[in-house]
Write a protein that binds this ligand. Structure first.
Ligand code: GTP
Ligand code: MG
Length: 213
């Protein structure tokens, strides 16, 4: 009987914490591709990374904003089958510290933006930046500012509306439209819920394009 090979869709099968950076010397830059997530404190960056990787405690999630203070690299292995050939990819997901944390001083805010600006500009293997925006609050001035800045420096930008599960279906749809209008990016915005995995397939398809191209 002919062997039936299983066709595997692109998926992450291994994810481990790799390292953290607080200055330029600590950026990884080992040639593997990087996909980074950025957004307001508490918007759900760490939760999204956990959801994407199918893990509960890979990235540290907290109710208190401002928990992720360093650039955190997670080493990812993914695979897919194409024409019965298995392909594997090794790359990084990067969790960036959140902006707009109210308890932070102006000096800290300036340090933050210089630090992240430097990370984006000096990471040649960074292939995509996901800007996370709370789907309940499209168009906050602080997010507009972040968007305008990222639009100039991010290699490829996708806007992700988070916490979709907190909205009714039609509200979520309307707010996604608003995100697309206010924040035109390289790809259509994705609405996401780390609670129920909505949006995960769309984001996976985009990541597949980026890490396999
Ligand atoms: N209902 C719901 N809650 C979420 C979702 N994503 C995150 N949260 C909650 O929002 C809070 C903040 O989530 P984090 O993932 O830690 O947010 P973060 O952007 O990494 O925050 P910082 O590291 O402080 O910048 C936690 O209480 C999460 O449980 C979501 O999709 N749905
Ligand atoms: Mg975090």
């Amino acid at each position: 009987m002919a062997e039936i090979k299983e066709i595997e869709k692109f998926h992450i099968f291994s994810s481990v914490y790799f390292s953290s950076a607080v200055n330029r010397k600590q950026y990884v830059n080992d040639g593997r591709k990087e996909i980074a997530f950025i957004g307001r404190s508490n918007v759900g960056k760490s939760s999204l990374i956990n959801n994407l990787c199918g893990q509960r405690k890979l990235a540290y999630v907290s109710r208190e904003p401002g928990k992720t203070r360093t650039i955190n690299y997670y080493a990812i292995q993914s695979r897919r089958t194409v024409d019965e050939q298995e392909q594997r990819q090794e790359w990084y997901l990067v969790d960036l510290p959140g902006y707009g944390f109210a308890k932070t001083s102006q000096e800290n805010k300036d340090t933050w933006s210089t630090f992240i600006d430097d990370y984006i500009k000096s990471s040649p293997s960074l292939v995509m930046v996901g800007l996370l925006i709370d789907l309940r609050h499209p168009g906050l001035p602080i997010d507009m500012k972040a968007y305008e800045w990222l639009r100039e420096i991010a290699p490829s930008l996708v806007v992700i509306g988070t916490k979709e599960d907190k909205l009714k279906r039609n509200e979520a749809r309307e707010n996604l439209k608003k995100l697309n209008k206010l924040f035109p990016a390289d790809y259509p915005a994705i609405s996401y819920s780390s609670l129920n995995g909505d949006g995960r397939d769309s984001l996976y398809r985009l990541i597949e394009q980026k890490v396999c191209e």
